[in-house]
Design a protein around this ligand. Structure first.
Ligand code: AMP
Length: 620
């Protein structure tokens, strides 16, 4: 049953729930959607309000919790109860953050330095996941208030350098906030999507995303190939941003006004007023050439030129990072086709000029740099909602892909959830002497036996030159391209014969069917494991029988009659058990056959070595 609602913000009838895009930032967070009427991404704002929600959580005495602007008011007055920059703690241990512990004004637990950090508030402990979930909960309820509809699904952005633990922590925070996180995407990817890059099918672009916020700087070099975003390199400084410009201005004024450090240390409110005034000056100088005002009856002033002299060393640091990122990607500035500006501090004209000079091209800076990541997340959400039919979005494989091996087992080459495009190769060999063909059956699914999975294709590699079993090297490679098409190739490396086939793995599969296949694999996991172990034992037994028989044909005269009888009995016993025995019985029978053949195999080996040594000079 689909729900119909009236969207007050957009004035349109809404058939289905919206999927929102969320920029969960270090300083500020915000939510965006693609407007159902205009098809353009927009940030969600309360009437006359701002879209930015400070990523700050305050815990009051009576157990009250506030988030956003409300909480920000307590940053100075109740630093120990007011949590900011929690993003810096996501997926981190105390050891990871201890070098910057003075940055945090609240208590971070340091008793277990290896485990994930916790924040202490009074007698309660919070994980960064819980704290982030409070910010997300606030964003969710704001979005619901503005859209007048339930918001349960979201795309959340993270920095490109976030590792798996940090991404998982972000996902968990979303879940805790009651959100189904459909996808975690990289902030630079979102910024590119907001500018419409990567939306065309055959587009290939190399992009630099320069993100200078209040307290962090990131540069990411991306390669976009037909809608697939690949991060070539990232660099940056997690403690460099617009706040440093403000501090430099405060220092400058402090000097001008001959204010000793001590006075600022003792008078926190003066220090705070100067900091806020400095930020005001900086923002003013983005569009004016002079700033003049007063702080506690003292005049403070700054010209654009003076500000630029203060800011230049910081911008130079970011340029150094950009050059390192280019080097790591194996590129030069000339290879960069697009430069995207993200973060509030990229409004500073000096920053724009220096970055445009560095890359020698105009910048993408027409969008609000505070909103661009959220807008891109909304574009991604819209694609996931299936509203953007032109865009094929298939950047992970939902089910494993593999081939059938001996005994009907599934040998997975590309596990589920692999990013595409992807390529994997594995070598196989023949089972029989002189085997000239090999059947390659391609399957999709999570079960251990191919009979329980979905068959996608089958082909034969013929013309393998006659060789003993185990000698041919057949390389089977799976390539899933950007369109989600699987190309399977098999090549015998010694002779060069090869054969390939193309399949569409997802063709005809609904989401429900994919889900069912995953569920089945969980339900049958134990049985499957047992069956796999049995089949593997059967296969091993078959191989040992074949090798022993071959040995007997060639070396019968070296065995005593008793050895011959014992060996044949053991083979017959093992052969019987392959049909009807358990895994353990087969393994015991394999062991006893080995026990019987070991003495004569060793005897023969010694003799062979002895022969080889004869007539040779062994030099010491
Ligand atoms: P973000 O972390 O991306 O929200 O960026 C916030 C930073 O951008 C803060 O340091 C702000 O002072 C700075 N910022 C916002 N607007 C401007 C502006 N017009 N000119 C210069 N800096 C700005």
């Amino acid at each position: 049953m689909s729900k119909i609602g009236i969207n007050i913000a957009t004035g349109s009838l809404q058939q289905e729930e919206m999927i929102v895009g969320i920029d969960l930032g270090t300083t500020n967070s915000l939510v965006a959607i693609v407007h159902p009427d205009t098809q353009k991404p927009v940030v969600l704002k309360e009437y006359n309000g701002t879209a930015l929600v400070p990523s700050v959580v305050h815990f009051g005495d009576a157990g009250s919790v506030s988030v956003g602007d409300e909480a920000k008011k307590f940053l100075i007055t109740e630093p120990q109860n007011t949590i900011f920059s929690v993003k810096r703690l996501m997926g981190k241990s105390y050891n990871d953050v201890k070098d910057h512990s003075s940055f945090f004004t609240y208590k971070i637990l340091d008793d277990d330095t290896e485990r994930l950090v916790k924040v202490q508030l009074g007698d309660r402990f919070y994980s960064p996941i819980e704290l982030s979930s409070l910010v997300l909960k606030e964003l969710k309820s704001r979005a619901e208030h503005i859209l007048k509809t339930a918001v349960n699904r979201a795309v959340i952005t993270v920095p490109a350098y976030f590792n798996d633990a940090q991404r998982q922590a972000t996902r968990d925070a979303g879940k805790l906030a009651g959100l189904d996180v459909l996808r975690i995407i990289n902030e630079p990817t979102a910024a590119s999507l907001a500018y419409g890059l990567g939306m065309k099918k055959d587009e290939v672009r190399t992009v630099a995303v320069y993100d200078l916020g209040g307290g962090t700087f990131d540069i990411s070099i991306l390669k976009i190939t037909s809608g697939i975003f690949e991060v070539l390199s990232t660099n940056g400084n997690t403690y460099l941003g617009g706040d440093d410009f403000d501090s430099a201005i405060v220092k400058y004024w402090q000097n001008e006004l001959s204010l000793p450090d001590e006075e600022l240390r003792n008078d926190k409110s003066l220090a705070q007023s100067l900091r806020l005034k400095a930020e005001e000056a900086k923002i003013c100088l983005s569009s004016h050439s002079n700033f003049e005002s007063s702080v506690r009856e003292r005049t403070v002033s700054l010209t654009k030129e003076e500000f630029e002299n203060l800011a230049r060393p910081f911008v130079n640091q970011t340029i150094y990072c950009c050059k390192s990122a280019l080097q790591d990607a194996g590129l030069t500035v000339k290879d960069i086709e697009e430069v995207i500006m993200v973060g509030g501090s990229t409004r500073v004209p000096l920053v724009k000029k220096m970055i445009s000079d560095l890359f020698q091209k105009p910048l993408h800076d027409s969008m609000n740099p505070d909103e661009v990541v959220a807008l891109g997340a909304a574009v991604q959400a819209d694609i996931l909602a299936g509203n953007n039919k032109d865009f094929l979005l298939l950047d992970i494989t939902p089910l494993s892909l593999g081939i059938e091996t001996m005994g009907g087992l599934m040998d997975v080459l590309i596990p589920r959830n692999s990013k595409i495009p992807t390529k994997v190769g594995r070598q196989y060999t023949t089972q029989k002497d002189g085997q000239s063909g090999m059947r390659i059956s391609v399957f999709q699914g999570e079960r251990d036996l191919v009979k329980d999975n979905r068959k996608l294709a089958e082909f034969s590699l013929n013309g393998i030159p006659a060789m003993p079993a185990g000698l041919p090297k057949v390389e089977v490679s799976f390539l899933v391209n950007a369109d989600g098409i699987l190309v399977v190739k098999a090549k015998e490396l010694r002779s060069g014969v090869e054969q390939s086939i193309e399949v569409k793995p997802q063709y005809g599969l609904t989401d429900e069917e994919v889900e069912k296949m995953l569920m089945d694999s969980i339900v049958h996991a134990k049985d499957d494991m047992k069956t796999r172990a049995l089949v593997e034992a059967q296969t091993e037994a078959g191989q040992i029988i074949r090798t022993t028989n071959n040995f007997l044909v060639k070396n019968r005269e070296f065995l005593s009659p008793q050895e011959l009888v014992n060996t044949n009995n053991a083979i017959a016993n093992l052969q019987k058990l392959i049909q009807s025995g358990t895994k353990d019985q087969i393994q015991t029978a394999i062991e006893s056959l080995n026990e019987i053949s070991k003495p004569y195999a060793e005897r023969l080996m010694d003799e062979a070595i002895g022969k080889a040594m004869k007539g040779k000079n062994v030099l010491e």
